[in-house]
Ligand binder design. Structure first.
Ligand SMILES: [Zn+2]
Length: 306
């Protein structure tokens, strides 16, 4: 066996990943970190920046993230401007050429996903924090999890071709487990097709589109704008007219307004996790939907469904 000097080892560690060395991945969110683990297995080392219980629009840009980004071979981002308020300066300050936008080690996970709410026509400030590239909460459709996992697997194959067969078989296994789980979730949600609900923020269009729920309004008057009394009164009126009995709220929003709307309308407020890590039992992408589908179904059973 050839002996490597410490200097050579350090040089190897600093260069592109050698065969059998783990690809060092940073993901902007825990969802992307888990999907990377699903296909990368023990051939990747993954960490995420945002925690699943945090509002992904607003993440504190800690200097420790810059050091981690400096050492990354691959950065996986949600894109569609979700991270626009905090990620670009971190990536810039990492001075890591490999992971700058457009570089080989920068993967925008949205590029192969189904994106909803792409605005047509002109965007004005009056529309609130509208995402010009469409709704960035797209991972909340399990089908998009499949597209994201495939994009990550393809990228890993390019970066570590010696492990191509490994990544491809991990992806095939994930695809199979996801397909089995999707049958279960679809069956659980089937009785509630067309049911009208309200959500706090526009986090759930991919989830509701996939499972056939109809979102008739939002607690926020416009995306990113806090609740206002006049909008709340309008929303209460609309919920009464349309007999809406469920309000979905992300874990990082204040429950005061949703609770007062619930008191007025007899609706149930349900705090639903939008991400892996959003609750202690949500340790991976499949458990995210196990958790959320179970919660929605048991809430609808209690409110009597339709
Ligand atoms: Zn949003």
């Amino acid at each position: 066996m050839r002996l490597l000097s410490i200097v050579t080892l350090a040089a190897l560690a600093a260069s592109a990943p050698a065969a059998n060395a783990a690809v060092n991945v940073m993901a902007s969110t825990e969802d992307l970190a888990d999907l990377t683990r699903q296909v990368g297995g023990d051939k990747v080392k993954v960490e995420s920046i945002a925690r699943g219980y945090q509002d992904p629009h607003f993440v504190e840009a800690k200097p420790s993230f810059i050091l981690k980004l400096a050492k990354a071979d691959l950065l996986v981002v949600v894109g569609r401007e979700l991270e626009i308020g905090w990620l670009p300066p971190l990536v810039q300050q990492s001075r890591n050429a490999k992971i700058q936008p457009g570089a080989e080690g920068y993967l925008d996970a949205s590029l192969t996903a189904k994106i909803l709410e792409i605005p047509t026509g002109q965007i004005t400030r009056a529309m609130g924090d509208v995402h010009p590239q469409g709704n960035p909460h797209y991972w909340l459709d399990p089908g998009n999890g499949r597209h994201i996992a495939k994009a990550i697997a393809d990228k890993l194959v390019k970066m570590a071709p010696a492990d191509a067969a490994y990544f491809q078989s991990r992806y095939a296994d994930f695809d199979k487990r996801l397909a089995e789980a999707e049958k279960r979730w679809d069956a659980q949600m089937a009785p509630y097709k067309g049911l009208k609900i309200v959500t706090y923020h526009r986090s759930w269009p991919n989830f509701t589109d996939r499972f056939g729920l109809d979102v008739i309004g939002y607690v926020e008057p416009r995306p990113g704008i806090p609740p206002s009394p006049s909008h709340t009164i309008d929303l209460i009126g609309e919920m009464k007219r349309q007999n809406v009995k469920l309000i979905l709220v992300e874990p990082y929003f204040d429950l005061k307004t949703p609770n007062s709307i619930a008191r007025e309308t007899g609706a149930t407020v349900l705090v639903l996790a939008p991400s892996v890590g959003g609750d202690k039992d949500i340790t991976d992408f499949l458990k995210l939907f196990d958790h959320d589908v179970d919660l929605v179904v048991s809430a609808l059973k209690q409110t009597g469904g339709k």
